[in-house]
Design a protein around this ligand. Structure first.
Ligand code: HSE
Length: 432
């Protein structure tokens, strides 16, 4: 028998409790272990969460849950990087195994937490921290253990994927769709975390740490959000055969790892382009298995609860089979890996220049692009408004970020370019 205690009776806490209670017999059948929900601690013990807990399970003191000698696994589901961190470190010191869904905490204080756990000989399960119900952590740590990971491309924030999908389908403005997205309850407590790509960057830091055996954190991730995206760019993308997605990308090239989260144009025929609404998907390219793709719900009470319970089952099996530390400790399996600077990355690019409709403007711009070694793949100019600003869209072949930034800076200074140029990175095969 294994006793578990949950700190935080919110959305994910409620989902986890429900799964533990409703599937207790199934879990026993599959693991041979009776996993008991012993306690849930929350400051609010009154609110109705639509779930009936056995008497005495809900308490208001996380400390008494942590210090209960009968509890084997402590599950942190309160989120944030302050109190959650204190609870986890206290529980580790008390010899408890940990399960957490807290991506922000692991992406900022992962080193400290994994080291403390290693020292105390306890496990930390974090399947629920990335992409909710998709078991991507297990994929990287176990399923693909035989492979070197070449690249990961993920749609790992449901809120922004929902917003971009709606903007695409309804040609709607960002700010109108955001309000609607907040109603769904997928958004982080502070929606800036979603729309500025911070949540996706937290998750990418965790995935890249596993893929490349290092300890990346939020500050290692280059990041752009989606609040500046206009329906016009989504339309041009469609015309060029692309969908616009907020992609989290990590790749290793010549021993250097790049980590970036930004709006990206993806060829519309790619499977990942068809991942719409709040769904998440992660595409992993590895040396022996080739390409694999994982798809599912990245948030919500039950999908995230499913991931939490899978960690509970794993740790319970390790306790019962005396195999704690079965997987190499995260803290031990760390090496210094060189980060690729954003300046050094190579990509294709979409530019939307706002140009005065006058003879010679295109040749001016293409001259500057040529000076910086940026080769043009296609050009669209729409509308005819002599002497007024019109959009001029250019798609490039592969170019270096540093050259792109320099060229666009020079172009933005031209008198014939009255507005700042929009730059969106493009993935896929180069068009010939
Ligand atoms: N805010 C996150 C999302 C929730 O929208 O995907 C899951 O981490």
């Amino acid at each position: 028998m294994i006793n578990v205690g949950i700190i935080g009776f919110g959305t994910v806490g409620t989902g986890t409790a429900r799964i533990l209670l409703e599937n207790r017999a199934l879990l026993r059948e599959r693991t041979g272990i009776d996993i008991i929900l012993r306690r849930i601690a929350d400051i609010d013990t009154k609110r109705d969460r639509g779930i009936k807990l056995p008497k005495g399970v809900l308490i208001n003191s996380a400390d008494s849950l942590i210090n209960d000698p009968e509890t084997h696994i402590v599950i942190e589901l309160i989120g944030g990087t302050t109190i959650a961190k204190d609870f986890i470190l206290k529980a580790i010191r008390a010899g408890k195994h940990i399960v957490t869904a807290n991506k922000a905490l692991l992406a900022t204080h992962g080193k400290e937490i994994f080291s403390a756990a290693e020292k105390a000989g306890v496990e930390v399960g974090f399947e629920a921290s990335v992409a909710g119900g998709i078991p991507i952590i297990k994929v990287l740590r176990e399923g693909l253990v035989a492979n070197r990971i070449k690249a990961i491309y993920g749609i790992i924030n449901g809120t922004t994927n929902y917003i971009l999908t709606k903007m695409t389908e309804e040609k709607a403005e960002f700010s109108d769709v955001l309000k609607e997205a907040q109603k769904f309850g997928y958004a982080e407590a502070d929606p800036t975390y979603d729309i500025e790509g911070i949540d996706a960057a937290h998750k990418l830091a965790i995935l890249a740490s596993l893929a490349y055996g290092s300890q990346f954190s939020l500050k290692d991730v280059y990041r752009e959000g989606i609040s500046w995206i206009s329906p016009m760019d989504i339309d041009f993308a469609r015309e060029l055969g692309y969908k616009l997605k907020l992609l989290a990308i990590t790749k290793e090239t010549d021993g250097k790892v790049e980590l970036r989260v930004h709006p990206t144009m993806v060829p519309e025929e790619y499977l990942i382009s068809k991942v719409d609404g709040v769904y998440n998907a992660i595409y992993v390219e590895a040396d022996f298995v080739g390409s694999t793709l994982y798809y599912g719900r990245g948030a919500g009470d039950l999908p995230t609860g499913s991931a939490v319970v899978s960690d509970i089952a794993d740790i319970s099996l390790n306790i019962m089979n005396n195999s704690i530390g079965r997987l190499q400790s995260i803290a031990k399996n760390r090496k210094a890996v060189k980060l690729m600077k954003m300046d050094e990355i190579v990509s294709m690019y979409y530019f939307r220049f706002s140009v005065l409709d006058k003879p010679g403007v295109l040749s001016n711009i293409s001259g500057i692009l040529g000076k910086y070694n940026i080769s043009i793949a296609s050009v669209i100019q729409k509308g005819r408004r002599e002497g007024k600003a019109v959009p001029l869209v250019v798609l490039t072949h592969k170019a270096r970020e540093k050259d792109v930034q320099r060229a666009v800076k020079e172009i933005n200074r031209l008198k014939t370019v009255p507005e700042k140029t929009v730059i969106i990175r493009v993935e896929g095969k180069e068009k010939v």
